[in-house]
Design a protein around this ligand. Sequence first.
Ligand SMILES: NC(=O)c1ccc[n+]([C@@H]2O[C@H](COP(=O)([O-])OP(=O)(O)OC[C@H]3O[C@@H](n4cnc5c(N)ncnc54)[C@H](OP(=O)(O)O)[C@@H]3O)[C@@H](O)[C@H]2O)c1
Length: 290
Amino acid sequence: MKIVLFGKNGQLGRELHRELAPLGEVVAVGHQELDLQDLVAMEAFIRLHKPQVIINASAYTAVDRAEQEQELAFQVNSHAPGLMAELARELNSVFIHFSTDYVFDGTLGMPYVETDIPNPLNVYGMSKLAGEQVIQKVGGVYLILRTSWVYSLDSDSFVTRVLEWARENLELRVVADQIGNPTWACVLAELTSKILTHGHGFISKNKGVYHVAGDGFASRYAWAKEILKLDPKAYEQVTKELLPVTTTEFPTPARRPFFSALNCAKFKSTFDLELPDWKRALRLAMVEVS
Ligand SMILES: NC(=O)c1ccc[n+]([C@@H]2O[C@H](COP(=O)([O-])OP(=O)(O)OC[C@H]3O[C@@H](n4cnc5c(N)ncnc54)[C@H](OP(=O)(O)O)[C@@H]3O)[C@@H](O)[C@H]2O)c1
């Protein structure tokens, strides 16, 4: 199997690069080699390799900056994936794309299922939703995997930032009114690779949108608390107090949904795969880097 992977240096892309290797030939490309604003170069790259599978782990993910860089966000999160989908359809390849819980406004009050109506609150969410819509319009053999609060321990992420802050500040303030599913990039990559083992026919029959994230949900505050607890080098922490605060106390350029947890039942039953509990995954992630 020949797989083209976009976004090889991102949190998820790095893990995918490792996970996909046993499945066949992986041609992985990052921002430095190929800027997705250059659709001509992107098309030439896909045509050159003629992969059986295209995986797009690249994205414009700077949620706050996107408010000022709308055009760029749409270019990377919508126009480029749209063309990937067209080329995948032409080549009869499987196309796997990732999207976000931020397509929702967070007002439902319970974990979102795939059929809930999106209503993004910020430019990033709008650009990701536009990407989903263009892929669905193109059709072909595609999977859109919506995930949430992705972290890895070897890139800049919420987890690595909390660990850093805990070594510098006596007091930490973390928002307690934003709720989502912390998702370890490593788990998401592993699940993506397992999906591919189901084969083209199965994926074709089950194409569509799926929610795939860490099992269970938490506030950012509860997540931070667990990070501090599981820190293998907790003796280096100087933080004495972790305080829950509200989003209004921490204004950011982009609005964020309050409760954007995802219900992943459809994914689990369709692909017969388990999603590890977010706390268990975090424990494993911490052990791996200690
Ligand atoms: N991170 C989260 O909390 C989260 C939550 C929900 C959904 N998701 C989705 O999950 C997927 C993976 O996210 P992630 O956390 O792995 O993101 P990430 O770490 O930010 O990685 C994204 C990658 O895309 C690359 N990229 C950005 N602009 C590009 C361009 N113009 N041309 C080529 N490459 C470009 C980035 O390169 P540079 O860094 O060099 O720009 C980076 O390597 C994305 O679809 C994201 O929307 C993420």
